[in-house]
Design a protein around this ligand. Structure first.
Ligand code: NAI
Length: 327
């Protein structure tokens, strides 16, 4: 029988993980390949996590080889091939950005160091917990022995939200919408790019042919979708965030389809003028477990301005965590 792939998930007793763990265990991540789940929580949440594990047991998933839980990252991450870092400190009322960055800094420095020490050499680390891009920056900066290419932050949910909006606008299937790029930060400044996206092989922007809709409806709808969901449900996106986390890791491991790409926030090599080292969202193709930034795309003035604004925000965040001594 196959050796199980060891998949660590943090924040395992939280809202996103209540979807995520069951999707991983049922095969949405790696099909029939057996998986071993390693679930990390803070000590007070371990009892709730035990309840989640009872439910995982009660699903009798054929490809779930084993589940281990704990509150010590060095134990939970030991030998893991994949790490989905979902757990983070949410912004609370009255919290300044600096407070949020330092609270999360403590989490992601510790987890970066633990991964560096005990994870498998091929570990892929995907950060979902916010501020995701900068948390990934902190994690890779604290894991000097793991190649930076093995860290990413999630912008797949933004990509999928953008696809859904375009499909609805043009009355086509989401399957007809391809090459959807999110540039920059997973925040309200992110830029979903319809000029390089395609619907049935032709430019999405040309077919929509309505710059006002793109600027005043499409971009804000995608960028503020998380807030709209909180408004409606009282809770942050859960199942859709879990779906995006699984889809991103699935494609990272198994590759992107021909003639399409996906959006992932990866460590910049300077492509498209994004300063080296920032974790910024790009269009990527993936083969044999390795991503490559799609090169040579046309960036018009409108796109350039939007990308630069989001990247400037990432540079500010890097400056802030540098000053806090986190990287
Ligand atoms: P939640 O608050 O329900 O769950 C978070 C869990 O993380 C809690 O159970 C908490 O105990 C745990 N946790 C806190 N510190 C930890 C640590 N040091 N180690 C392990 N676990 C720890 O939050 P939810 O709704 O599951 O969201 C998780 C994160 O994902 C949030 O930061 C949220 O903003 C972010 N998010 C990101 C999205 C994206 O597209 N990148 C989309 C939606 C949410």
């Amino acid at each position: 029988s196959q050796t199980p792939v060891k998949v660590a998930v943090t924040g395992a007793a939280g809202q996103i993980c209540y979807s995520l763990l069951f999707r991983i265990a049922s095969g949405a991540l790696l099909g029939d390949t057996p998986v071993e789940l390693r679930l990390l929580e803070i000590t007070p949440a371990l009892k709730a996590l035990e309840g989640v594990v009872m439910e995982l047991d009660d699903c009798a998933f054929p490809n779930l080889a084993k589940v281990e839980i704990g509150d010590d990252p060095e134990k939970v991450f030991d030998g893991v091939n994949m790490a989905m870092l979902v757990g983070a400190m949410p912004r609370k009322a009255g919290m300044e950005r600096g407070d949020l960055l330092s609270a999360n800094g403590a989490i992601f420095t510790a987890q970066g160091k633990a991964l560096n020490k005990v994870a498998a050499d091929d570990v892929k680390v995907l950060v979902t917990g916010n501020p995701a891009n900068t948390n990934a920056l902190i994690a890779y900066s604290n894991a000097p022995d793991i190649p930076k290419e093995q860290f990413a932050a999630l912008t797949r949910l933004d990509q999928d939200r953008a696809k859904a909006q375009v499909a609805q606008k043009l009355g086509v299937s989401v399957n007809d919408v391809k090459k959807m790029t999110i540039w920059g930060n997973h925040s309200a400044t992110q830029y979903p790019d319809l000029f390089n996206a395609e619907v049935n092989g032709r430019s999405a922007a040309e077919q929509i042919n309505d710059q006002a809709w793109i600027e005043s409806t499409f971009i804000p709808t995608v960028a503020k979708r998380g807030a709209a969901i909180i408004d409606a449900t009282g809770l942050s996106s859960r199942a859709s965030a879990a779906n995006a986390t699984v889809s991103c890791m699935h494609d990272w491991a198994l590759g992107t389809p021909e003639n399409d790409w996906v959006s992932m926030a990866v460590v910049s090599d300077g492509s498209y003028g994004v300063p080296e080292g920032l974790v910024s969202s790009f269009p990527v193709t993936i083969k044999d477990g390795k991503w490559e930034i799609v090169q040579g795309l046309d960036i018009n003035d409108f796109s350039r301005g939007k990308i630069d604004a989001s990247v400037a925000e990432l540079a500010d965040e890097r400056q802030a965590v540098t000053e806090l001594g986190l990287i």
